[in-house]
Design a protein around this ligand. Structure first.
Ligand code: F6R
Length: 268
């Protein structure tokens, strides 16, 4: 796991945007894995900026989002489809027919939808770069603590902590779904690269559990220890409980030189 510590969230967004831009500019048919939530919003703003400056085009990009609430129509403002349209898709030249979420509308079978999503990812050639946030309880996607490390896209019951954390996004009288469709942990681990961003003190405990383990379903993000190319972008608050911060800072200086000489990617 490559851990990089930044001064603030804006620097994280700029760095993450570089990873995405390099992939999109180098690969003829890039496949991006996307996330919702507060953390990636500034990344999406950076990507829109780059697109408007003519530095990158999404016209050949296919995308797969991590998760979507169950039974929520995509026109609903709380849907993750709506979030993606608002924060990214409506502002760049991506072909919306090539943007996928694990949607399961009312009346559809979540088991079939999960299998279908896995098929679609495989048909697209697999995910090159998966963007991730992390829950305060260590979840990635909506893979809550004790999710199987071998899980695939499926229906998942959200924990009370996740419901409480996300309640800020719902009005007092608004329906907040308790079920979601999410890529599984094994789906995420199949991505060629994963880029996890975390900011703020409330993520520090989960970040420590993810980076220094133990590898355990209790902290789903710790599964990234098994990934060959996991990059973790943290601000100082999110990194505050890590013990070897000096090492990460020093190693990052070496990696900057290595990346300049050999590029960010080596096996997509
Ligand atoms: C979002 C997702 C979640 C979030 C996580 C952090 O698609 O899958 O795992 O990444 O809950 O959310 P924020 O960024 O709002 O703190």
């Amino acid at each position: 796991m490559q851990v990089i510590i930044f001064d603030d969230a804006q620097q994280i967004a700029e760095s993450a945007a570089e990873w995405v831009a390099e992939l999109i500019n180098k690969k003829s048919n890039p496949v991006l894995g996307l996330a919702t939530g507060s953390t990636p919003i500034s990344l999406y703003q950076e990507l829109v900026k780059k697109y408007k400056a003519g530095e990158l085009s999404f016209s050949n990009t296919t995308s797969f989002n991590l998760d979507e609430y169950l039974g929520i129509n995509e026109k609903n403002e709380q849907s993750y489809r709506h979030f993606m349209n608002e924060n990214l898709f409506d502002h760049v030249d991506i072909n919306k027919y090539k943007t996928f979420l694990p949607t399961c509308n009312q009346g559809e079978n979540p088991r079939e939808q999960g299998l279908d999503y896995e098929d679609k990812i495989a048909q697209a050639g697999g995910i090159d770069l998966q963007i991730l946030g992390i829950g305060a309880n260590g979840h990635i996607g909506f893979n809550e603590p004790t999710s199987s490390l071998a899980s695939r896209t499926r229906i998942k019951t959200l924990t009370q902590q996740t419901l409480d954390d996300n309640s800020r996004l719902f009005a007092a009288d608004e329906f907040q779904p308790t079920l979601a469709m999410t890529m599984g942990i094994a789906t995420i681990l199949d991505a060629r690269y994963v880029l996890l961003m975390a900011t703020g003190k409330n993520k520090a405990k989960a970040v420590k559990a993810m980076v220094t383990g133990p590898l355990s379903a209790v902290c789903p993000a710790s599964s990234l220890q098994l990934h060959e190319n996991a990059i973790v972008l943290l601000d100082k608050e999110a990194a505050s409980e890590l013990e070897d911060q000096d090492y990460y800072v020093w190693a990052d200086k070496q990696n900057v030189k290595i990346n300049q000489e050999f590029g960010l990617y080596h096996n997509y």
